[in-house]
Every structure is written in C-alpha cells, then in structure tokens.
Design a protein. Sequence first.
Lengths: 309, 117
Amino acid sequence: MTNQHDGPNRRKVLECMTWAGTGVLWTISGGVPHSLGLLGEARAAEAKGLTFLQISDSHMGFDKPANPNAKGTLEEAIGQIKTIPIKPAFMIHTGDITHLSKESEFDDAEQIIAQAKLDVHYVPGEHDIIDPDIKFYKDRYGRGTKGSGYYSFDANGVHFMGLVNVANLKGGGMGSLGAEQLEWIEDDLKGRSASQPIVVFAHIPLWTVYPQWGWGTDDSAQALAYLKRFGSVTVLNGHIHQVMQKVEGNVTFHTALSTAFPQPAPGTAPSAGPMKVPADKLRTMLGTANVTFKQGEQRVAIIDTPLQS
Amino acid sequence: MTKKTMLTIVRSMLAGMAFAALAVTASAQIANLGVTIDNFTFSPNQIMVKSGETVTWTNKDDIPHTVTSTDNVFRSKALDTDDKFSFTFTTPGTYKYFCSLHPRMTGTIVVEASSTK
C-alpha cells in the first residue's frame, strides 16, 4: 500500500487490522488479559458496545529526514479512519498535534482531522504548549477545561479523563501532573461506582517506560492510587511513537503509534529522537488505535492499525 | 641510540607537549562559550565562563529543545534544528538549566568573576 490520497479500501484496512491483531489485539476480563484473536469477535464487540479511536503525535510541521511529509501521513491516517465500516463514537488525540506550536501547524491539523467527521477530545503534548502563553492550544482546545487543560466526560457509561502531564516540568524530572491536577482527579472520581469503566488519556506514559529518556510521569503513582478501586481502568498515551502495553491488576496501559515518525525502542539508540527507517518501512510504523468496550463485561479490545501492513 | 640523541628527542617532545598544552588552552577557551545540544544532551554538560562572557547554545537535534534556567534567570524560545540561543552572564555564580520539553536534559554554567577590572 503506497501513498493514496483517497485512502486504502476497506479490504485493505481489514487486512491491516488482522495483521495488527496477531500482535496487539487483546482483551481483559476480570483483570486477566487474554488474546481476543479473531477479528470477527472484535467486530461483534464493536456492534454492541462503544468504539472510539485514538490518534497521536501528528507533529504538524515536522519535515526532517525521518518523515519529510508528516502532513501527508496524517492525511493517510484520516483517510484510513474514514473507511472503517462501523463509525466510531469519537476520537481522542493524545498530544503533539503540532511540532512547534505554530498557528499554521494547528490550522493544518484541524483541517485534516476534521475530515474524519468525528468529535475529537484533545490533550496537549509538550510540542503543543511551546508558545509563551500557550495561546494557540488553549484558544482551540482549552475551552471548558481546568488548569493546564484537563477535563473529564462520560460516554456510553464509560468515564473518560483527559490529563495534562507536559506542563510546568521540573529540571531533572519526567512528565508531571502536579498537585492541583491530582486533587482534581481524586475529586472527579469521588462517588463513582467501582464498576464504572474508566479511561484515562494523557500524552506522556503514566507508567515508567524508560526513565533514562524521561518516558514516564513522576507523580503518576498518586493518580493510579485513586484509580485502584475501579474494576476496569484503561490508560492511553502517546509520546513514545511506538506500541507498548502493560497490564497491572485492573489497569491496562497502552501507547499508540504516531502518524508522523517512529522513535527507537528504549535504549536501542543514543537518544529518543526521530528514527529514520527505509522509506518502504515507514508506514508500517505509523498508524492509529481503535478501542472497543463491550459494555457490562468490563473488557476492552485495542487494535493498533498501521498505515501499511 | 646515543645519550645526546635521546636528549634531543626528549627536548623536542617536551617542546611539542608545551605547544599542545597551549593549543588546548586556547581552544578550550573558545569552546567553553558554546554548548551543543545533540542526542538530547547538553554538551559540554558543565562549563566555566568569566562574568561578562556570552554562552551560545546550538540545537543539532531533529527535535526542538529549550534552554531554561532552573531559577528563571534565562529562558530560550523553543529552538528548532540549528537554532541558537545566547545569554551573557554578568553575575558570578552557578546557573543550572534544563530543557523544559525534555526535563531529563540538564546542564550547568559556572560564572567566575572577571579578572580584569
């Protein structure tokens, strides 16, 4: 599958999903992960429950050798989303919408992402809040949010919390939620039934993936302590431009692919910078994620779909 | 090898070393005023300058970085690839800084009092 402006056809997408499914299609039931295995099963779940999409790390404005056309690959990702047979309820974007927080970069992102014709819930990445007053991000996506841009909402009985762990970072540290946001998280969860599924999404991973590269959040343990009593917690992040997942008790952590450029696996390169791969491999390392809840069963299936399988 | 020849060799070696030492001092003074950002690292990580001197940071990464003083003394904009940021240190002291986008990246500038008054 090469660069197609009209997006891949449906058959191609299903092939990609099947391929991705061999590695990352899975479910949890009572905290025990098991492979869902069959695409048919995932699609049956879609029909009854809630399906939403995760898109991440679009980096509008990035034009370096790792991908000279990040705008083009975002267009391809949205083209692919448009061909999904069952329309997702909405989309979340886990940050780094832009590369340098420029107004023109936000404009490009909005224009392309709008073509999916889905509501999009954003959280910022560190690349989105570079301008001194964080004006562009706040003007577009900050309405109705608290503090540095965090908020929550409910959909189909699932409680969603969009968190910000890229603001006011301290020298020597990693990602940070901050005392004010932690207090809000505790408050926001108060009185909720432990059986309500919770989805938390933020840019930097909320578990420590690789501290040497700052791939973690210093005060995430406090947030996770507030989530401990819930039977189904799904934590979705971006930032590291590769799929990584972990299950800890009732909490499942998952990071999404970028649509812009891949980054190296932890410790496999001198730094976390953009990874240049052969041109014919690039689209196998970029993509989006599809998250499905089967209601009443506290289980979630996450399918990572690369732009090219 | 005669004793005289050996002496000559030792002499020329010493002269060479002295010259090399001078060259190192001179280049160190120039290099001291520049910090390169490469592979998510400030290099050199710690430098000493005299008060009144200007330090220039250059970003060689494909990812933007900032130079942000821990005590809010200086703060660059986001530096894209090959962008530079300069700051003139006028007060002796130890200045710690980091990248506000990737805070694991840290560095230190030690400013000594200028010897010429």
